[in-house]
Design a protein around this ligand. Structure first.
Ligand code: TYM
Length: 328
């Protein structure tokens, strides 16, 4: 039986990159195993957050999971801060992690570059992520390509732990799609689409209305050739649009390339806007349907209870292995 775990940070408005790279997989995988989908609010605190905004966004991400099709009767949905074992295992794992390996994390390097003061939490972030995953004896971690290095670190930490203390932790596998694992920025297809990037024109939010995303698609950077071909290396802009189109419309890229042969980028862009209007429109409608905050809190409360039971058992195994005293 697969044990699936993944998380999303409530640190901005979720983009279609988050959806295609991660949440779409969450929905598919909930039928293949025992799935835990977390809103990683403790991770969001690694950069300054407005408290009211963070509270609002944390619930909003859970609501988006539901709107995108995560079913709380199949998967466990919860907030990271509601299961204190995450922070606790995070500490224990810090004691088997090396500064050298954290120094190598590219996301840390990017986020701390040029800053004179960097919080310790930003540095130890990947160890908390390892704790998230390892607490649930996770076998599969569905994520986008940018999280690959963090999952490799998780595996290294778990293997080191097991080497020192015995067979305690399950070694997880990243589940990264071959296609759509890295949706690129619309205004600069050399960069990843990100919910925290400064440029609004770089991304489309899952909850964004068509009048806003239409312009962004129509202005998306392509190339001067005006020939529709899938070639992420040489033609990153149009290849990115083809990827987004293919994944939302559920049509293979090759069929799209055939369909648009001899036509200009404008036609493809216009059709893509229509596809997005339809697909995002459906998610947005469902988002409104799940707006009952009391019901949402019930789902999160139940989720946290279920998660806690699993997390506590793993943490106890870890404590026993490390030599911490527990009363029987
Ligand atoms: P976060 O919140 O940045 O992103 C959530 C998920 O979306 C994926 N993603 C993308 N996929 C494709 N194209 C893109 N442009 C794109 N942008 C983001 C991310 O890869 C991710 O899967 N550290 C994690 C959160 C986390 C976590 C975990 C994930 C904390 N603990 C344990 C898995 C397991 C993060 O910051 O994701």
């Amino acid at each position: 039986m697969k044990r699936i775990f993944s998380g999303v940070q409530p640190s901005g408005n979720l983009t279609i990159g988050n959806y295609l790279g991660a949440i779409k997989q969450f929905v598919e995988l909930q039928n293949e195993g025992d799935a835990f989908y977390c809103v990683v609010d403790l991770h969001a605190l690694t950069v300054p957050q407005d408290p009211d905004e963070l509270r609002k966004r944390s619930r909003e991400i859970a609501q988006l999971y539901l709107a995108c099709g995560v079913d709380p009767d199949k998967a466990t949905i919860f907030l990271q801060s509601h299961v204190k074992e995450h922070a606790e295992l995070g500490w224990l794992l810090q004691c088997v992690s090396y500064t050298g390996e954290l120094n190598r994390m590219t996301q840390y390097k990017d986020k701390s570059e040029g800053k004179s003061a960097v919080h310790v939490g930003l540095y130890t972030y990947p160890v908390l992520m390892a704790a998230d995953i390892l607490l649930y004896d996770t076998t599969h971690v569905p994520v986008g390509d940018d999280q690959k290095q963090h999952i490799e670190l998780t595996r290294d930490i778990a293997e080191r732990f097991n080497g020192r203390y015995g067979d305690v932790l399950v070694i997880p596998e990243p589940q990264i799609q071959e296609f759509g694992a890295r949706i690129m920025a619309l205004d600069d297809p050399e960069k990843k689409m990100s919910k925290s990037a400064e440029s609004e024109g770089s991304r489309i939010g899952i909850l964004e209305p068509p009048e806003r995303f239409r312009k962004k698609i129509m202005r998306a950077v392509t190339d001067a050739e005006n020939e529709i071909r899938f070639d992420p290396e040489k033609k990153p802009g149009i290849s990115n649009l083809l990827t987004i189109y293919s994944m939302f419309a559920d049509v293979p890229v090759e069929s799209l390339v055939e369909r648009y042969a001899g036509q200009g980028y404008g036609t493809l862009k216009k059709d893509l806007v229509e596809v997005l209007e339809d697909k995002l429109g459906k998610i947005q409608q469902r988002f409104v349907q799940f707006d009952d905050q009391a019901e949402l809190d019930n789902i999160l409360r139940r989720g946290a209870e279920k998660a806690r039971a699993v997390a506590e058992a793993t943490l106890n195994r870890v404590k026993d292995a490390m030599g911490l005293v527990r009363f029987g």
